[in-house]
Design a protein around this ligand. Structure first.
Ligand SMILES: Nc1ncnc2c1ncn2[C@@H]1O[C@H](COP(=O)(O)OP(=O)(O)OP(=O)(O)O)[C@@H](O)[C@H]1O
Ligand SMILES: [Mg+2]
Length: 422
């Protein structure tokens, strides 16, 4: 069993704060497993609506839920949307006798009409599959190949993992989507999903997508929003800076789980993956997903101009702008595009994530960081004007610089370091 302490503590904190906490996320991400660590499955306060007995116990919800104290779990809540008004009444009791943890596979958007009922009482936590910080540095490549769904990551062999992922998508399209009330034929959705796999990391082109699927543009858009709402796709929105430059205005699309991406592309093992033209884009999407999961920014964008400057990720954290470039290379170097991004976007810092294992500076505000280091210390991205690590053989000037940065009085008082304005 993989420990998910970051999630458990987030969940416990939310349950203390809010009267209703929704733990949402894709199927098989581990929602039920996590909830059972808070309230055991055999407790009278645990209701699994996938189980007919659980449903039967909630035939009279007010009578069943009313007397319970402490934390009450309702798993697969999307099967009984009529429970939301009941929860509202129960959540409004004073003093609060019970708090509710509800689990569901659909997103807040898909459940919107229901969650509106609970406005002001509901806090949502979005669970994802395993991330690198939960598994440790040695897991980096395996997590990339197989993706983060626990059964895919933990499968006995590479082949078993691949088979699980193919099966998962098939069940998902044929059984789960119809259960969520989504009426798109599964064959159409599979074609769309596969098409997105080929677009992975590219800018969304509605006209092209619509043409190749034989549907209208709004329909293609609706499918895209659907898969995003189900946590399968990330649409990274474009950042627009007030510049005299034309900038890209459409979102970029990524399949969020690299394992599902590989399954859609038919890449069963590392050899096929590394020789595939999408290998670089796949690693880029993987690193972006990890960065967003670990850094937990307030917002994330990409940026691109029509003249070729671009930034893979612009993260807003505590109101500051941080850049992330992803390079699937042995030893990334400073590029003109990085310089442009730093000055045009006024980045506090630019981190270049790569698969290697050595951290090094590329310039005053650019650091190359191993993806595994980010997992160990997500703040590495947001640490500004920090002392560069003194490398073996680094010149004396660099040491003096780093020393003076660390000791700078303005920085000690938590003010902006003058360097940040340069
Ligand atoms: N932390 C973990 N360590 C090991 N295996 C796990 C972990 N979390 C989940 N799993 C395994 O992954 C599978 C899916 O987990 P779980 O049923 O909790 O997910 P879920 O999000 O509730 O899925 P569903 O939406 O289908 O109900 C199970 O086989 C479970 O044993
Ligand atoms: Mg479950």
């Amino acid at each position: 069993m993989v420990e998910r302490s970051r999630w458990l503590s987030a969940l416990r904190a939310a349950l203390k704060r809010s009267r209703v906490t929704a733990l949402v996320g894709p199927r098989q991400a581990g929602k039920t497993t996590l909830a059972r660590q808070i309230v055991p499955e055999n407790s009278p306060a645990y209701f699994d609506l996938e189980d007919p007995r659980g449903l039967a116990r909630l035939a009279e919800p007010m009578m069943a839920l009313g007397p319970l104290r402490g934390i009450v779990v309702i798993d697969e809540i999307q099967r009984r949307p009529d429970l939301f008004p009941v929860l509202r009444v129960l959540a409004d009791r004073r003093p609060i006798p019970a708090r509710f943890l509800i689990l569901g596979s659909a997103t807040p958007d898909l459940l919107k009409p229901c969650s509106e009922t609970l406005a002001g009482r509901l806090e949502t936590i979005e669970l994802t599959g395993f991330a690198l910080d939960e598994l440790g540095a040695p897991a980096m490549r395996r997590l990339w190949r197989r993706g983060g769904f626990p059964p895919a990551y933990l499968a006995r062999s590479e082949h078993a993992s691949y088979v699980w992922r193919r099966q998962f998508m098939q069940t998902y399209l044929e059984r789960d989507l119809p259960q969520l009330g989504i009426t798109v034929p599964s064959a159409t959705m599979l074609r769309f999903w596969t098409m997105l796999a080929h677009y992975h990391g590219g800018v969304w082109n509605a006209a092209e997508a619509a043409r190749s699927l034989g549907v209208s543009e709004p329909t293609a858009r609706r499918y895209l929003d659907l898969l995003s709402g189900l946590f399968m796709v990330r649409q990274l929105q474009p950042w627009h800076e007030n510049l005299k430059k034309r900038q890209v205005k459409a979102p970029k699309v990524y399949l969020r789980d690299s394992g599902l991406l590989h399954a859609l592309l038919g890449l069963a093992g590392e050899r096929e993956l590394l020789s595939h033209p999408k290998a670089g884009a796949s690693w880029e999407g993987y690193a972006i997903e990890q960065a967003v999961a670990l850094v937990r920014p307030e917002a994330a964008y990409f940026w691109a101009t029509h003249t070729g400057a671009e930034l893979d990720l612009l993260l807003i954290k505590r109101g500051q702008r941080y850049g992330v470039e992803v390079k699937f290379q042995d030893a990334p170097r400073l590029t003109p595009s990085m310089r442009t991004a730093i000055s045009d976007l006024r980045l506090r810092h630019l981190t270049v994530l790569y698969p290697g294992d050595r951290q090094y500076e590329l310039g005053r505000r650019v650091t190359v960081v191993p993806l595994t280091e980010l997992a160990r210390d997500p703040e590495v991205i947001a640490r500004v004007g920090r002392a560069p690590r003194v490398r073996a053989g680094a010149g004396p000037r660099e040491r003096v610089d780093s020393h003076s940065i660390r000791r700078h009085p303005a920085r000690r008082r938590g003010m902006k370091h003058p360097e940040a304005h340069r």
